[in-house]
Design a protein around this ligand. Structure first.
Ligand code: NDP
Length: 249
């Protein structure tokens, strides 16, 4: 297991699914974890689970689609903890539809949450990280950001955009001891994918060489590795965690 003793981490979208699993895993590895999302009741429940296991955590209500909320949330977190050393930009939404019929609002919502949210929050937390001369930024992309996906032009563009964002920031901050990487999950069983019907599920499974869906814990373990000192020489990388659905390139 990664050793993150004494580190301060922030995970967006930590109220459920992959973000929640990341918060639990980082806390298990010893980090103090700030859990950020909109649903305060679910955040409080996740914090309680971490504390019950002997970990340290705090919940902050944060809407990554809202610039004011990001600024206020980042300020409050920095006032309380002084810095964030490990930032996991995980919050994400889908608003699926075919290109020809996709509404502008669905494009804007998905890009605003998935890509602009990560840009703004990273910007808001970067200065103390630069001063600290150690940091880890991990952006949760997606296999569809690598391959494209019919019916998901907005989502796939946001996830491909996160890869460009990752690699560009990685180049800008490398000299300050900060690594910036992306994790690109394949098909993971979470509330986001629970809405898929049986036909969609079967079609998805047929594309996975390992023959099963992934778990949120498997994504969380990859995130914890990238956050650790053991991954100190890895930056600008996209770690595919997808059961072989898409094999690098
Ligand atoms: P879920 O829908 O289960 O969880 C999404 C999380 O994002 C929730 O905690 C939600 O919290 C949060 N969130 C959404 N909008 C906002 C917002 N405006 N501000 C703050 N938080 C927000 O999704 P998953 O756990 O499945 O997905 C997590 C990430 O992994 C996403 O970026 C997704 O695109 C990506 N991913 C998932 C895959 C999968 O198969 N599940 C595959 C590839 C990538 P709240 O509602 O409380 O704000």
């Amino acid at each position: 297991m990664a050793n993150l003793q004494g580190r301060i981490a922030l995970v967006t979208g930590a109220s459920q699914g992959i973000g929640r699993a990341c918060a639990l895993e980082l806390a298990r590895a010893g980090a103090t974890v700030v859990l950020a999302a909109r649903n305060e009741a679910k955040l409080a429940e996740a914090v309680a689970e971490i504390e019950a296991a002997g970990g340290q955590a705090a919940a902050f209500a944060l809407d990554v689609s809202n610039e004011e909320s990001i600024k206020a949330g980042a300020k409050a977190v920095l006032e309380r903890f002084g810095k964030v050393e490990i930032l996991v930009n995980n919050a994400g939404i889908t608003r699926d539809g075919l290109m020809m019929s996709m509404k502008r609002a669905d494009w804007d919502d998905v890009l605003g949450t998935n890509l602009t949210g990560a840009f703004l929050l990273t910007q808001a937390l970067l200065r103390p990280m630069l001063k600290n001369r150690w940091g880890r930024i991990i952006n949760i992309s997606s296999v569809v950001g690598r391959t494209g996906q019919a019916g998901q032009v907005n989502y796939a563009a946001s996830k491909a955009g996160l890869i460009g964002l990752t690699r560009s920031i990685a180049r800008e901050v490398a000299s300050r001891g900060i690594t910036v990487n992306a994790v690109a999950p394949g098909y993971i069983e979470t509330p986001m994918t629970a809405v898929l019907d049986e036909k969609q599920r079967t079609a998805m499974m047929a594309q996975i060489p390992l023959g099963r869906a992934g778990t949120d814990a498997e994504i969380a373990q990859s995130v914890a590795f990238l956050a650790s000192d053991a991954a100190g020489y890895i930056t600008g990388h996209v770690l595919d965690v997808n059961g072989g659905m898409f094999m690098g390139g």
